[in-house]
Each structure stands twice: as C-alpha cells, then as structure tokens.
Design a protein. Structure first.
Length: 370
C-alpha cells in the first residue's frame, strides 16, 4: 500500500487514496509509472487521479492541508539518504500530531454534517479564523476546528459554495452518504437486539413505514421498508451458483408493473385501500373495484384485482406482500407461516404465473398506465 511506501506512521489513516497518490508523486518524488505498478493499474489512470486531485487545490482548505504535507519535503528527502532502496520510501513528517485522528473526525462529522444537512446551512471559514463556523441564516449553530474542516474537504464531504474573504462550504452528496453511514454505525453499537447491519449499503437507503392490514387484525401494522429500493429489487440481483440471475428480467418487469398499478390504485384522499381482502384469510368476493370515488384510477384497480384473482391464494399473497407492500421475504414467510427460504421459490412461481396472465390478457404487451 502507498501508506507503507511513504512511511507507515507518516500519513493519517483517514487520508483518501487519491491524496496519497498526489503526495507520493509530489512530495515523495515517485514517478507515475512506479505508482501505477504499486496500484496495479495503468500509468494514465494514476496520472488522471493525481491531476484531478491537484485541481482540487482551488479549495482553500484542501490547499492548506496539502501545503502542510509538502512543507516537510526537504526533511523527507534528507531522511531518504540514510535509508536503503528508493528515496521515495522516506516518511513525510508534517507535524501530524496536530491533525485529528479518525475517532475525532467521525465524532465531529456526526455533529457538523448533521447541521450542514439543514436547509440553508453553510460552513464559513476565513484566513484569520482558527475555527470554522456553521451558520443557518444569521444564526451560529456549530463551531469546528479548522483541521477537522480540512479533513472534511480532503474527503470531499464539503465543497466551496461561495468564494471571497469569507469562504462558505456546503455539504456534498458524499458527505450525506458518510453521515448516514456514521449514524447507522453508531446505532449498531447501541444496546439492544438488532439485525446485522451493512453500513456501506445503508448509506444509500431511505427508510419509511407503511400501514399493512393483517387477516383477523383490527388495527393495521406498521411495516418498515426502504423507500429507495424494494426487497423485490434486491432479490432480483441474486444469482445462483452458475452465475445465472434467480429472477429473469421479464419476471422483474411484471413484478414492477404490478407495483405501478398498485401505487396508481392508491391515488386520492383514501390512501388505505382494502387490499387485505385479497390475502388468504380475507373475503375475496367482497371487493368492489368501483366502491367509491377517490380510490384511485378504476383501470389500475381493475388490473390489480384481475391479476391477484388469477394468481389465487398463496401466490397472490406473496406477490402482494413482496412487490406491493414491500415486505421482505423473511417477514412474509413468518406472517404466512411458511418455512424459511421457501418464499423466494413461491415468489418466482407467482411471477411466472403473473407473466402468463399479462401475456394472455394483453397479448405479451404491458398495458398502458392509467
């Protein structure tokens, strides 16, 4: 790794890899070809990464941080004379005791980035300011050490919004993802039972809740699901031992088509449709597609009703739960009393049957929306 090539204790562990490449080339005098061999890529790739990071020096915080590393170049080259091998193996001494550690950056990120996520919030820094200040309008909401702000800029968590004597920064998409990952990791360490978490996947998830009526229940239950992706879409990416997709694209298409009709059928003031009557224990015959005005487009309701009736009990249940209610397979299996890992097989059979229904009714073409 580059950190060992420059010096194992020279650079902080939180420094981005592109910054390491840049410093190894500029301060360590390592050639692009040498860095490419160490990275296992082409020299042109390293050159683009180095040049791209050099362009970021227009950011004052990034320039200050890199200047602190470059200021120690003579000491690094002097050390190299007493070491064996390439002069690039000399450590870069930059007074790293003044740089924050990873724990400090994570702690401050949870505090500062959360403030920057607020509407109209900016981080203001100036050459004569030892600290950065977060403002929301004219109200100061937080103060952060300048070295921590430099680390945020190096990680591309913040970016320049307005330049001048007083420079303001705003949070980036990478900063929002990092905040979600840090907050999820913090919750994972809290006491209590929880499922295993995937921090890098959770940063792209947006959780929401939906009311679902269970057969025989008087009150609806709240189901937690990912607004950015359905469990059905996650299952569609699974492959078997031969690398073949578990769900073919045409099966995924019919599942998403049913969900589109389901969402259209819930448009209007009355959002909570009586779709629970399609479940196994419900009274299927009492569903009236034209029971009221504000219950969504009649054609969409009719298409969902026809598809679920054609699938019948069991198959219609799993499709409705996984594709429309966005329940996970494990939750659906538990609520329907099925054995573990049987839901995905039933879901695949149901989607094949659903595709046949669409082929028979619409001649192999998807119906128009509405």
């Amino acid at each position: 790794m580059l950190v060992n090539a420059i010096g194992p204790a020279a650079l902080p562990a939180w420094l981005p890899e592109d910054a390491r490449l840049y410093l190894a080339h500029v301060c360590g005098a390592r050639t692009l070809r040498e860095l490419a061999r160490a990275e296992g890529c082409h020299a042109s790739t390293v050159m683009r990464r180095v040049r791209a990071f050099e362009m970021r020096r227009d950011d004052p915080l990034v320039d200050e941080a890199l200047s602190a590393f470059e200021a120690s170049r003579p000491a690094a080259l002097e050390d190299s004379a007493t070491r064996e091998g390439s002069p690039m193996s000399a450590p870069i001494r930059t007074g790293l005791k003044h740089h924050p550690d990873q724990a400090t950056i994570d702690r401050e990120a949870r505090r500062i980035l959360r403030r920057l996520c607020e509407a109209g919030a900016v981080l203001a820094v100036a050459p004569d300011m030892e600290k950065g200040v977060v403002f929301k309008g004219t109200v100061r909401t937080a103060v952060v050490d300048r070295t921590v702000a430099q680390a945020f800029a190096l990680k591309d968590w913040i970016a320049v919004k307005d330049s001048g004597r007083l420079i303001t920064y705003e949070i980036t998409g990478a900063g929002r993802s990092a905040l979600k990952r840090l907050l999820d990791a913090e919750r994972a360490h809290q006491p209590g039972f929880a499922e295993a978490r995937a921090p890098f996947a959770d940063q792209h998830r947006t959780w929401g809740e939906r009311n679902v009526m269970e057969p025989g229940e008087a009150e609806p239950k709240r189901v937690r699901y990912n607004l950015a992706e359905s469990p059905f879409a996650a299952l569609a990416r699974r492959r078997d031992k031969d690398g073949k997709l578990f769900l073919e694209p045409d099966l995924v298409a019919v599942g998403e088509r049913l969900r589109e009709d389901f969402e259209l059928a819930q448009m209007g003031p009355r959002v909570a449709q009586n779709w629970d009557r399609f479940l196994t224990a419900g009274d299927r015959g009492s569903f009236q597609p034209d029971a009221g005005k504000a219950e969504g487009p009649a054609k969409a309701r009719a298409r969902v009703a026809a598809a679920l009736r054609d699938l019948g009990p069991g198959l219609g249940d799993v499709v409705l739960r996984c594709c429309c209610f966005l329940e996970g397979l494990e939750v659906a299996e538990k609520r329907m009393g099925w054995s573990a890992r049987s839901g995905k097989i039933v879901l695949r059979i149901a989607l094949i049957r659903l595709k046949r229904h669409y082929d028979e009714v619409y001649g192999g073409k998807m119906p128009l929306i509405g």
